[in-house]
Design a protein around this ligand. Structure first.
Ligand SMILES: [Zn+2]
Length: 279
Protein backbone atom coordinates (compact mmCIF):
# COMPACT_ATOMS: atom_id res chain seq x y z
CA UNK A 1 0.00 0.00 0.00
CA UNK A 2 1.32 3.45 -0.89
CA UNK A 3 1.27 5.74 2.14
CA UNK A 4 2.93 9.10 1.73
CA UNK A 5 6.39 8.62 0.26
CA UNK A 6 6.55 4.88 1.01
CA UNK A 7 5.16 1.71 -0.46
CA UNK A 8 4.57 -0.40 2.63
CA UNK A 9 4.07 -4.16 2.91
CA UNK A 10 4.07 -6.61 5.79
CA UNK A 11 6.28 -9.51 4.66
CA UNK A 12 5.98 -12.68 6.70
CA UNK A 13 8.63 -15.29 7.42
CA UNK A 14 5.89 -17.73 8.37
CA UNK A 15 4.39 -18.75 11.69
CA UNK A 16 5.81 -20.34 14.81
CA UNK A 17 4.69 -21.28 18.28
CA UNK A 18 5.71 -20.24 21.78
CA UNK A 19 4.37 -21.26 25.17
CA UNK A 20 1.14 -19.37 25.81
CA UNK A 21 1.93 -18.85 29.49
CA UNK A 22 5.29 -17.29 28.61
CA UNK A 23 3.57 -15.02 26.07
CA UNK A 24 1.08 -13.61 28.58
CA UNK A 25 3.01 -13.55 31.87
CA UNK A 26 0.73 -13.41 34.90
CA UNK A 27 -2.53 -13.51 32.93
CA UNK A 28 -4.38 -16.80 33.64
CA UNK A 29 -4.71 -19.29 30.80
CA UNK A 30 -8.49 -19.27 31.25
CA UNK A 31 -8.39 -15.71 29.90
CA UNK A 32 -5.71 -15.75 27.18
CA UNK A 33 -6.72 -19.15 25.81
CA UNK A 34 -10.05 -17.80 24.54
CA UNK A 35 -8.48 -15.72 21.78
CA UNK A 36 -5.18 -17.60 21.55
CA UNK A 37 -6.03 -21.31 21.77
CA UNK A 38 -3.07 -23.39 22.94
CA UNK A 39 -2.04 -26.61 21.22
CA UNK A 40 -1.37 -29.90 23.10
CA UNK A 41 2.05 -28.54 24.10
CA UNK A 42 0.46 -25.33 25.44
CA UNK A 43 1.94 -23.31 22.57
CA UNK A 44 0.08 -20.55 20.75
CA UNK A 45 0.33 -19.58 17.10
CA UNK A 46 2.38 -16.47 16.33
CA UNK A 47 3.54 -14.72 13.19
CA UNK A 48 6.98 -13.62 12.06
CA UNK A 49 5.92 -10.38 10.41
CA UNK A 50 8.51 -7.96 9.10
CA UNK A 51 7.99 -4.64 7.36
CA UNK A 52 9.19 -3.75 3.88
CA UNK A 53 9.40 -0.04 3.03
CA UNK A 54 10.08 1.01 -0.56
CA UNK A 55 10.90 4.59 -1.46
CA UNK A 56 12.50 5.00 -4.89
CA UNK A 57 15.58 2.80 -4.92
CA UNK A 58 15.50 2.38 -1.14
CA UNK A 59 14.29 -1.06 0.00
CA UNK A 60 14.19 -1.12 3.77
CA UNK A 61 13.48 -4.15 5.95
CA UNK A 62 12.51 -3.84 9.59
CA UNK A 63 13.45 -7.09 11.32
CA UNK A 64 14.18 -10.22 9.28
CA UNK A 65 12.17 -13.10 10.77
CA UNK A 66 13.58 -16.40 12.00
CA UNK A 67 15.71 -17.29 8.92
CA UNK A 68 16.66 -20.82 7.95
CA UNK A 69 19.91 -21.66 9.80
CA UNK A 70 18.41 -24.28 12.06
CA UNK A 71 17.83 -28.01 12.20
CA UNK A 72 14.70 -30.12 12.25
CA UNK A 73 14.65 -30.27 16.07
CA UNK A 74 14.60 -26.47 16.37
CA UNK A 75 11.84 -26.22 13.74
CA UNK A 76 9.78 -28.80 15.64
CA UNK A 77 10.37 -27.17 19.03
CA UNK A 78 9.06 -23.85 17.71
CA UNK A 79 6.29 -25.40 15.60
CA UNK A 80 7.62 -23.53 12.57
CA UNK A 81 5.10 -23.51 9.73
CA UNK A 82 5.56 -21.82 6.40
CA UNK A 83 5.09 -22.31 2.68
CA UNK A 84 7.18 -19.25 1.98
CA UNK A 85 10.07 -17.60 3.73
CA UNK A 86 10.71 -13.88 3.96
CA UNK A 87 12.98 -14.14 0.89
CA UNK A 88 10.25 -15.96 -1.06
CA UNK A 89 7.85 -13.12 -0.21
CA UNK A 90 10.18 -10.61 -1.86
CA UNK A 91 10.28 -12.48 -5.20
CA UNK A 92 6.83 -11.51 -6.54
CA UNK A 93 7.70 -7.92 -5.69
CA UNK A 94 10.69 -8.20 -7.99
CA UNK A 95 13.10 -7.73 -5.08
CA UNK A 96 16.32 -9.77 -4.85
CA UNK A 97 18.25 -9.90 -1.61
CA UNK A 98 20.94 -7.77 -3.29
CA UNK A 99 18.35 -4.99 -3.68
CA UNK A 100 17.74 -4.49 0.05
CA UNK A 101 19.47 -1.23 1.03
CA UNK A 102 18.77 -1.10 4.78
CA UNK A 103 17.96 -3.50 7.62
CA UNK A 104 16.77 -2.04 10.92
CA UNK A 105 16.57 -4.39 13.92
CA UNK A 106 14.17 -3.82 16.83
CA UNK A 107 16.35 -6.12 18.95
CA UNK A 108 18.55 -9.16 18.38
CA UNK A 109 16.50 -12.14 19.58
CA UNK A 110 16.64 -15.03 17.12
CA UNK A 111 13.05 -14.70 15.94
CA UNK A 112 13.68 -11.11 14.79
CA UNK A 113 16.96 -11.20 12.91
CA UNK A 114 17.16 -14.72 11.44
CA UNK A 115 17.54 -13.61 7.82
CA UNK A 116 20.30 -11.14 8.65
CA UNK A 117 22.61 -13.94 7.59
CA UNK A 118 22.44 -17.22 5.70
CA UNK A 119 24.61 -20.12 4.62
CA UNK A 120 25.86 -19.82 1.05
CA UNK A 121 28.25 -22.45 -0.38
CA UNK A 122 28.91 -23.67 3.16
CA UNK A 123 29.81 -20.21 4.41
CA UNK A 124 27.93 -17.91 6.78
CA UNK A 125 27.30 -14.63 4.91
CA UNK A 126 25.15 -11.50 5.06
CA UNK A 127 21.85 -12.30 3.35
CA UNK A 128 21.56 -8.72 2.14
CA UNK A 129 25.13 -7.96 1.00
CA UNK A 130 24.39 -4.39 -0.07
CA UNK A 131 22.38 -3.40 3.00
CA UNK A 132 23.43 -1.27 5.91
CA UNK A 133 22.34 -2.99 9.12
CA UNK A 134 21.32 -0.92 12.17
CA UNK A 135 20.75 -1.87 15.81
CA UNK A 136 20.83 -0.05 19.14
CA UNK A 137 24.30 -0.28 20.68
CA UNK A 138 22.93 -1.27 24.11
CA UNK A 139 21.04 -4.17 22.52
CA UNK A 140 24.15 -5.27 20.67
CA UNK A 141 26.09 -5.29 23.96
CA UNK A 142 23.34 -7.43 25.55
CA UNK A 143 23.53 -9.83 22.61
CA UNK A 144 27.32 -10.11 22.76
CA UNK A 145 27.35 -10.56 26.56
CA UNK A 146 23.94 -12.00 27.38
CA UNK A 147 22.71 -12.40 30.93
CA UNK A 148 22.00 -15.99 31.98
CA UNK A 149 18.28 -15.63 31.34
CA UNK A 150 18.63 -14.21 27.81
CA UNK A 151 21.41 -16.45 26.52
CA UNK A 152 19.15 -18.86 24.60
CA UNK A 153 17.47 -15.94 22.78
CA UNK A 154 20.65 -14.69 21.15
CA UNK A 155 22.29 -16.69 18.34
CA UNK A 156 25.61 -15.09 17.27
CA UNK A 157 25.40 -16.61 13.75
CA UNK A 158 22.73 -13.99 13.10
CA UNK A 159 25.22 -11.14 13.28
CA UNK A 160 28.84 -12.39 13.38
CA UNK A 161 29.53 -12.09 9.61
CA UNK A 162 28.24 -8.52 9.67
CA UNK A 163 30.85 -7.35 12.16
CA UNK A 164 33.72 -7.50 9.66
CA UNK A 165 31.91 -5.26 7.21
CA UNK A 166 31.56 -1.49 7.27
CA UNK A 167 27.83 -2.05 6.99
CA UNK A 168 27.01 -2.86 10.62
CA UNK A 169 26.00 0.30 12.50
CA UNK A 170 25.32 0.86 16.20
CA UNK A 171 22.76 3.46 17.25
CA UNK A 172 23.06 5.52 20.42
CA UNK A 173 19.44 5.94 21.57
CA UNK A 174 16.75 7.71 19.56
CA UNK A 175 18.09 8.06 16.02
CA UNK A 176 16.69 9.06 12.66
CA UNK A 177 18.25 6.20 10.70
CA UNK A 178 16.99 7.49 7.34
CA UNK A 179 14.83 10.52 6.60
CA UNK A 180 11.45 9.81 8.18
CA UNK A 181 12.53 6.55 9.83
CA UNK A 182 13.44 6.59 13.51
CA UNK A 183 14.63 3.93 15.95
CA UNK A 184 13.11 4.62 19.39
CA UNK A 185 14.32 2.81 22.51
CA UNK A 186 11.42 1.63 24.66
CA UNK A 187 13.20 -0.96 26.83
CA UNK A 188 10.92 -3.37 28.70
CA UNK A 189 11.38 -6.54 26.65
CA UNK A 190 15.16 -6.08 26.77
CA UNK A 191 17.04 -3.16 28.31
CA UNK A 192 17.46 -1.45 24.92
CA UNK A 193 14.56 -2.93 22.98
CA UNK A 194 13.37 -0.55 20.26
CA UNK A 195 10.41 0.17 18.03
CA UNK A 196 10.52 1.90 14.65
CA UNK A 197 8.59 5.06 13.80
CA UNK A 198 7.92 5.89 10.16
CA UNK A 199 6.82 9.38 9.24
CA UNK A 200 5.35 8.75 5.79
CA UNK A 201 4.43 12.36 5.07
CA UNK A 202 0.83 11.15 5.24
CA UNK A 203 0.62 9.81 8.77
CA UNK A 204 2.77 7.97 11.29
CA UNK A 205 3.35 4.22 11.31
CA UNK A 206 4.88 2.28 14.21
CA UNK A 207 6.45 -1.15 13.89
CA UNK A 208 6.03 -2.45 17.44
CA UNK A 209 8.45 -5.39 17.54
CA UNK A 210 8.20 -7.07 20.93
CA UNK A 211 6.92 -3.95 22.74
CA UNK A 212 3.30 -4.92 21.91
CA UNK A 213 3.82 -8.16 19.97
CA UNK A 214 0.20 -9.03 19.10
CA UNK A 215 -3.21 -7.33 19.34
CA UNK A 216 -3.89 -9.58 22.37
CA UNK A 217 -1.16 -7.62 24.15
CA UNK A 218 -3.02 -4.29 23.85
CA UNK A 219 -4.52 -4.87 27.32
CA UNK A 220 -2.23 -3.33 29.94
CA UNK A 221 -1.64 -6.48 32.10
CA UNK A 222 -1.04 -8.72 29.05
CA UNK A 223 2.73 -8.61 29.22
CA UNK A 224 5.12 -11.31 28.09
CA UNK A 225 6.85 -13.44 30.72
CA UNK A 226 9.87 -13.03 28.44
CA UNK A 227 10.05 -9.28 29.17
CA UNK A 228 13.04 -8.49 31.38
CA UNK A 229 11.43 -5.29 32.73
CA UNK A 230 7.65 -5.91 32.78
CA UNK A 231 6.82 -2.90 34.96
CA UNK A 232 8.41 -0.61 32.37
CA UNK A 233 6.13 -2.09 29.69
CA UNK A 234 3.12 -1.77 31.98
CA UNK A 235 3.91 1.91 32.46
CA UNK A 236 4.78 2.78 28.86
CA UNK A 237 2.14 0.78 26.96
CA UNK A 238 -1.10 2.59 27.96
CA UNK A 239 0.55 5.99 27.45
CA UNK A 240 1.80 4.94 24.02
CA UNK A 241 -1.61 3.56 23.01
CA UNK A 242 -3.43 6.69 24.17
CA UNK A 243 -1.16 8.80 22.00
CA UNK A 244 -1.56 6.31 19.12
CA UNK A 245 -5.33 6.71 19.37
CA UNK A 246 -5.22 10.51 19.70
CA UNK A 247 -2.80 10.97 16.80
CA UNK A 248 -4.11 8.14 14.58
CA UNK A 249 -0.87 6.19 14.34
CA UNK A 250 -0.98 3.04 12.24
CA UNK A 251 0.40 0.14 14.33
CA UNK A 252 2.06 -3.01 12.94
CA UNK A 253 2.18 -6.15 15.09
CA UNK A 254 5.23 -8.34 14.50
CA UNK A 255 3.94 -11.52 16.17
CA UNK A 256 0.25 -11.39 15.22
CA UNK A 257 -0.50 -14.86 13.79
CA UNK A 258 -1.59 -13.25 10.51
CA UNK A 259 0.00 -10.03 9.21
CA UNK A 260 -1.86 -7.34 11.15
CA UNK A 261 -1.84 -3.56 11.16
CA UNK A 262 -4.45 -1.13 12.40
CA UNK A 263 -5.59 1.93 14.28
CA UNK A 264 -6.47 1.69 17.97
CA UNK A 265 -9.32 3.41 19.75
CA UNK A 266 -10.77 3.03 23.21
CA UNK A 267 -14.13 1.41 23.85
CA UNK A 268 -14.75 1.82 27.57
CA UNK A 269 -11.78 0.10 29.20
CA UNK A 270 -10.80 -1.91 26.14
CA UNK A 271 -8.65 -1.10 23.16
CA UNK A 272 -10.22 -1.88 19.82
CA UNK A 273 -8.25 -2.38 16.63
CA UNK A 274 -9.51 -1.23 13.25
CA UNK A 275 -7.58 -3.37 10.77
CA UNK A 276 -5.76 -2.03 7.74
CA UNK A 277 -4.50 -4.42 5.06
CA UNK A 278 -0.79 -3.85 4.42
CA UNK A 279 -0.18 -6.84 2.16
ZN1 LIG B 1 9.92 -11.88 19.45
Amino acid sequence: MQIGSFNITIVSDGQFRLDGGAMFGVVPKALWNKLNPADEQNRILLGLNCLLLERGNEKILIDTGIGNKFDEKFARMYGLKRDKTLLDQLVPKGIDREDITTVIMTHMHFDHIGWNTMIENGELVATFPNADYYVQEGEYCSAQNPDARSRASYIPENWLPLLDTKKFHLLDGITEVLPGIESLVVGGHTAHNSIVKINTGDGIIFFLGDFIPTPSHLKTPYIMGYDLFPLDVMDAKPKFLQQAADEKWLLVFEHAAEPTAGYVSKDGKNWVLENVNLQ
